[in-house]
Design a protein around this ligand. Structure first.
Ligand SMILES: Nc1nc2c(ncn2[C@@H]2O[C@H](COP(=O)(O)OP(=O)(O)O)[C@@H](O)[C@H]2O)c(=O)[nH]1
Ligand SMILES: [Mg+2]
Length: 316
């Protein structure tokens, strides 16, 4: 199959019919029938699933997965990535803020210009200022920490080469940093395309102010994970060894001054406490690294979600 369009969706019953009609229109004009649309209904509490079932009759290209509960956008994308069969994989929001008109050009950039990822850039954004200003700061911080020069990291509209989506794991709320995850996995040809952005017509935004706190924590852990995630021992172990040896040298020096030079009262010197603390801290850091390594070796790639229902998809 040539193109998979993945649509993570949570309580978007009004938007889904418009989205399907729009995608169909674009693909018709584009003269392409070798594609699928996979909607990942993430435990919606509205009538989304009924809507999808009836849409299936009209749009044979539609497939869907329904989670038993709400796992979040990252889990939805990750599941979509596992089950997409297109050579080019497009992700887009369900809320009609992203335009399907961008699809042909995104596909072309992946196929002809051989990008690993092309990320949409909502240059003109139709969102409240309370969202756009913090987002600018985040994008700058992420650019600085990751070295990826994208203006709009977390745009829902993106295109991927199939190899990328089959080789990355998106969990927690890490969908904000997929380019960072992909780069850490060795996919470094990352481009962007200015895309049109609409104001939300139906429903409401699913992400509140907490996104900025979680976003910051996620940025720190993704930076840590992509640098040391596979080798926590390299960070904690080297800090640990450094601290341990510093303390060790101090304590040896103090012991020598007590035994050979008969110095009295070493236990009252600040250096004595400093030596003890650095030895202990060193051992702690070393153990932290060791535990990190253990956890990674046990849990590599284990993320499971409860699927309640599917449309036209055989999950295994
Ligand atoms: N699967 C899934 N999709 C979600 C979730 N929260 C939001 N979405 C979808 O992600 C897209 C963007 O969400 P939205 O609330 O519009 O975020 P905003 O555009 O940044 O305000 C929409 O298609 C939502 O339906 C979720 O918990 N699970
Ligand atoms: Mg939106």
């Amino acid at each position: 199959m040539r193109i998979s369009i993945l649509v993570p969706s949570y309580n978007e019953e009004e938007s889904l019919p418009h989205l399907m009609a729009w995608i169909e229109r674009v693909m018709k004009e584009y003269n392409e029938s070798d594609f699928e649309v996979i909607v990942i209904d993430d435990g919606s509490s509205d009538g989304s699933w009924k809507v999808l079932q009836s849409l299936k009759e009209k749009y044979p290209f539609l497939k869907a997965i329904r989670f038993r509960k709400n796992y979040g956008k990252s889990s939805a994308l990750n599941t979509g990535f596992r089950h997409a069969s297109g050579e080019v994989v497009i992700t887009m929001d369900a809320d009609l803020q992203d335009s399907p008109d961008e699809i042909p050009e995104l596909v072309r950039m992946i196929e002809e210009e051989e990008y690993d990822i092309v990320s949409g850039w909502k240059k003109v954004r139709h969102d409240p200022l309370s969202k756009t200003i913090p987002t600018k700061i985040y994008n700058a911080a992420t650019r600085f920490l990751s070295g990826i020069s994208l203006h709009d990291m977390n745009c829902g509209l993106k295109a991927y080469n199939k190899d990328v989506v089959k080789n990355i794991n998106v969990y927690g709320e890490m969908h904000r940093y997929i380019p960072v995850i992909a780069k850490a996995a060795g996919f470094s040809k990352i481009g962007e395309k200015v895309v049109r952005h609409q104001a939300r017509k139906y429903g409401t935004t699913k992400f509140g102010l907490e996104r900025f706190v979680y976003g910051l924590l996620d940025l720190l852990s993704i930076t840590f994970v992509s640098k040391f995630g596979k080798r926590p021992m390299h960070l904690f172990g080297s800090l640990g060894l450094l601290s341990f040896f510093l303390g060790f040298v101090i304590l040896v020096y103090l012991s020598v001054s007590k035994i050979w030079w008969n110095e009295t009262g070493i236990a009252t010197r600040p250096l004595f406490f400093f030596g003890i603390i650095t030895v202990l801290l060193g051992a702690q850091l070393f153990l932290t690294g060791f535990l990190g390594e253990l956890m990674i070796s046990q849990s590599a790639g284990q993320h499971t979600y409860q699927v309640r229902d599917t449309i036209d998809l055989d999950l295994d």
